[in-house]
Design a binder for this molecule. Structure first.
Ligand code: 2RA
Length: 329
């Protein structure tokens, strides 16, 4: 199968190539696509070198699927053009996520909604993906009323410039700033821009995308998203109020059996998820499970996942795997 990766030279694009190779997705020919300034550069895939081509040449190559991670404006302009050429687009930007005509997919939860008519499919925000993968099994069993989430997000979510800023600060070197402030030895309680309601775009993505993916507008979500100086993945402290009471042992059993989830929860062994342990893995790691003793039917949980993998590249490739398995590519 001919596969295009649009934004192939970026942090997420490179991870998409890595994951496609690792998961042995049936790529017979890779079409790396990027902006004009990267055309002609080379990327390596499964031991072969491929020259990066332009958007127009990416369409002309007629891949079966194009996995985009090239920013919202590029997706808004080019995803329809790829789709019009009969190419299925899986887009990692926020451009199409809340479009009512587009599916927002986490394969463990709602891949069944995909049909042959879906030619532009949205990949959710990384901080949303890891949360809904962990919460969906509990929602099915106990019905979620309200979620309070605080995130601790890796600089890799911003991109290479932010990773370079962190490394420069640690090495005492000058360099370009991805953030308004120093990130080393600091935390920044702002991810993306502020909106009129005082929340950031990142926080409202978690609020809105959660309802769409879990197909339940009654779920109330409030979020605080924070940037921290780590690279291995995003961490989230989540407080969940359910309609119905739960048994903690049963919650742990449900999570240990949930698709895409690994339970790491043994205080006696100081076992809990950490970015250090989640880095370069595809699962969503859950721990620190305990009842919120201040109100009934409420659970506290800690969720960690590699935001470049399950939070972006792996989820997108899993959507492609689902489509391929259903003969939709
Ligand atoms: C971030 N979730 O972490 C956003 C986009 N990757 O910056």
């Amino acid at each position: 199968m001919k596969v295009a990766v649009v934004g192939a030279t970026g942090l997420v694009g490179s991870k998409m190539l890595q994951v496609l190779a690792e998961r042995n997705f049936p790529v017979t020919e890779l079409v790396p696509v990027a902006s004009e300034r990267s055309v002609g550069k080379e990327v390596e895939f499964k031991g072969n070198k491929y020259k990066v081509v332009s958007m127009a040449d990416g369409i002309a190559a007629k891949p079966a699927v194009a996995i985009f991670s090239a920013g919202g404006s590029t997706s808004l302009e080019w995803a329809p053009k790829f789709a019009e050429a009969g190419i299925t687009v899986i887009d990692n930007s926020s451009a199409w996520r809340m479009d009512p005509t587009k599916k927002l997919v986490v394969p463990e939860i709602n891949a069944d909604a995909l049909t042959p008519e879906d030619k532009i499919i949205a990949n959710p925000n990384c901080s949303t993906i890891q949360m809904v993968v962990a919460l969906n099994p509990l929602h099915q069993k106990y019905k979620i009323k309200r979620i309070i989430v605080s995130t601790y997000q890796s600089v890799t979510g911003t991109g290479k410039k932010a990773v370079d800023q962190l490394n420069n600060e640690r090495d005492g070197k000058e360099g370009e700033m991805a953030y308004k402030y120093q990130i080393d030895l600091n935390v920044i309680p702002q991810i993306d821009v502020f909106l009129d309601n005082g929340y950031t775009k990142e926080e409202m993505k978690m609020v809105n995308e959660t309802k769409k993916i879990m197909r339940d507008d009654s779920i109330r979500v409030t979020a605080t998203t924070v940037r921290i100086p780590v690279v291995g993945g995003h961490s989230e402290s989540v407080n969940i109020e359910f309609e119905n009471d739960f048994d903690l042992a049963e919650v742990k059993q449900l999570l240990s059996e949930a698709p895409g989830v690994v339970l790491q929860d043994d205080p006696s062994q100081q076992l809990y998820p950490m970015p250090l342990l989640a880095h370069e893995k595809d699962e969503v790691f859950v721990g620190r499970l305990r009842r919120d003793e201040t109100q009934p039917n409420t659970l506290n949980m800690w969720i960690v996942s590699d935001n470049l993998r399950k939070g972006a590249a792996t989820n997108a490739v899993q959507i492609a795997e689902y489509l391929q398995g259903k003969g939709l590519l």
